[in-house]
Design a protein around this ligand. Structure first.
Ligand code: RIB
Length: 331
């Protein structure tokens, strides 16, 4: 299947508040809502919803839920978005993953605490990987693969996945967002196996500090340096998101030189309601468009509009737009 997402599914318990309390302080918030989330689930929904109609049914999710009502809702949301859930397992001994989220109403910025629950049991074995990615006939050597596996750090062993896929199915593009950031997972060997690296400015500098021993003020330059570190075959692309400013990218597949980064500005939004899931929408947006043959510049522009729609309403999964909604917004 062209897009496989491996990762977390969380039930998001979201409190909307004027301010976040200090340690020891009790503060009266304004409202509370349940939403669906988890970086893995958000990325799977984004990848699927952001595909044109004729490509629906080409995204699948690998993950775990608990044997509880949260788990059923999370799985159903994927089914409703036409994501294949054959490899979403229900773990009897665990509850579904949960995220406790505080959203500051003035800015829409969030603070997130996650409890892994069933996500913590997602530790695929060699046998599992063979099942997920059965060997298929090799594509003609000139034909570049547009198959992707999307990964983040919300399950226990993403580095094992990266290593297995790159060793055994090298033509699949590994798309990785090192979030939530874990310094112990950053090493040059792993990064040399990644094909599409998407990270925010904080994560980019945290990686730089670990691998280059310094941080950068110029994200263009950092994107170029990171692009030299990742796998030089396949799609070989780095995107650094810069929040309300926009994003920069460098790609071997881009028409412009891979020695300079290109900048895509953000879309100005009158009122940012909730930024939760914006990064996941952007990630799914870039991969979905690349998987159907768009060039990187078009994919980043499309994903920028998609995530600008996500932040206009509450919740992560529920606010991820469709392909048609993004098209309409751009017209
Ligand atoms: O990226 C946003 C997501 O992070 C939320 O949906 C929450 O579940 C956490 O995983």
């Amino acid at each position: 299947m062209p897009i496989t997402v491996i990762g977390s599914l969380n039930y998001d318990l979201v409190t909307y508040t004027e301010k976040v309390p200090e340690a020891g302080e009790t503060f009266q918030a304004n409202s509370f809502e349940n939403h669906l989330g988890g970086k893995g689930l958000n990325e799977a929904l984004a990848s699927s919803r952001l595909l044109p109609e004729e490509y629906k049914g080409t995204v699948r999710m690998i993950g775990n839920v608990g044997n509880d009502s949260f788990g059923k809702e999370l799985k159903q949301a994927l089914v409703d978005a036409e994501v294949d859930t054959s490899f979403v397992q229900t773990i009897d001994s665990q509850s579904s993953g949960v995220a406790v989220i505080l959203v500051e109403e003035e800015t829409g910025e969030n603070r997130i605490l996650i409890t892994a629950g069933a996500n913590g049991e997602l530790k695929p074995t060699e046998e599992d990987y063979e099942k997920y990615f059965p060997e298929t006939k090799k594509k003609a050597s000139k034909e570049k693969s547009v198959d992707f596996v999307i990964l983040q750090n919300e399950y226990p062993e993403p580095l094992e996945t990266i290593s297995w896929v790159k060793t055994n199915r090298p033509s699949i593009n590994i798309a990785y967002n090192p979030s939530p950031f874990k310094p112990e997972l950053v090493n040059s060997n792993t990064f040399s196996q990644i094909d599409l690296l998407i990270l925010n400015e904080g994560e980019a500098n945290a990686v730089a500090s670990k691998l280059f021993g310094k941080t950068y003020e110029e994200f263009n330059e950092l994107a170029v340096q990171l692009s030299k570190l990742i796998n030089q075959d396949n799609i070989c692309t780095v995107v650094i998101t810069l929040g309300s400013k926009g994003s920069v990218f460098v790609s071997k597949r881009s028409e412009s030189s891979s020695d300079t980064a290109s900048f895509v500005p953000s879309i100005k939004v009158a009122k940012v309601v909730d930024t939760t899931g914006a990064g996941d929408t952007f990630f799914g947006g870039v991969v979905s468009q690349l998987s159907v043959g768009s060039n990187i510049e078009e994919a980043v522009k499309f994903a920028t509009v998609a995530s600008s729609l996500t932040i206009r309403s509450k919740g992560a999964a529920e606010s991820i737009p469709t392909y048609e909604a993004v098209k309409k917004e751009r017209s």
